[in-house]
Design a protein. Sequence first.
Length: 51
Amino acid sequence: MLFNRFAKKRLNHAGSIGIGVTDEYTNQGIDTKLIEFIINWAKKQNNLKKN
């Protein structure tokens, strides 16, 4: 899982999220837990905005 904040000052309030789950771990809710984690983390960060 990764989060990259955009480098340009005018876009610094936003970023991109990437996750990957290998086949052996699919359909176990792991991807959902990862998304929930990153959303909760993002809510605690300064200067990030929900679009």
